[in-house]
Design a protein around this ligand. Structure first.
Ligand code: SF4
Length: 200
């Protein structure tokens, strides 16, 4: 085994451990939220999933998924850094296990032989809003306008959730997890509009 392969293998193992730790930690923080905070957060996350689904459905109208499968994810090379805590929280909030990353692949750890293995409602925000040239060229002007409107709605919702439940939620999972591991600060830090917390 060459030195670079060994380094990569170690990186993959540490990312796999980081993933497991991060998902478990998010689950524990979500369960520890006061019921009033959970009751507010869950429908917002469901709405986020619905919007993502709608955006992907629209791009699929231009054969988006089929084009992605043929292309085999040229835009997915750095997908490892696309999921945010917020993307994962959509699964955690409904006691669903997020799709397991496969770090052995050189491409995105969520890319399978038929395209992305994550269902649209759980897919990272960055992936959902990226409409490649091939797809954009096939969409009529009014659909592109509708996509832009939905993207803005989704951005607004994410900002709102992050402002209320923790700014770190919208950061890249792998990049932020390393920092969170070091400083031990929770990811979910709910506040009310006035800045006081829910009693945590
Ligand atoms: S998560 Fe899915 S859509 Fe996003 S980069 Fe990875 S394979 Fe591509």
């Amino acid at each position: 085994m060459t030195h670079s392969v060994k380094i990569q293998q170690q990186k993959n193992e540490s990312d796999a451990a980081l993933w497991d730790r991060g998902v478990a930690r998010l689950g524990a923080e979500f369960s520890a939220l006061p019921p009033v905070a959970r009751a507010e957060l869950v429908p917002l996350l469901a709405e986020m999933g619905r919007l993502k689904e709608e955006i992907v459905l629209l791009s699929d109208g231009a054969d988006g998924s089929a084009l992605c499968t043929v292309c085999n994810g040229a835009c997915c090379r750095v997908g490892r850094y696309h999921p945010t805590f917020l993307d994962l929280l959509v699964c955690v909030a409904v006691a669903e296990s997020p799709v397991e990353p496969d770090f052995a692949t050189a491409a995105c750890p969520f890319l399978g032989s038929s395209g992305c293995r994550i269902v649209p409602s759980r897919r990272p925000f960055t992936c959902v809003i990226f409409i490649c040239q091939l797809i954009a060229e096939r969409l009529p002007e009014e659909e592109l306008t509708r996509l832009a409107r939905m993207e803005e709605e989704l951005r607004h919702l994410r900002r709102r959730i992050a402002a209320r439940f923790g700014g770190r939620l919208a950061e890249s999972f792998f990049l932020e997890m390393e920092r969170s591991d070091r400083d031990g600060v929770p990811v979910l830090t709910p506040t009310t509009d006035g800045g006081s917390n829910y009693g945590n």
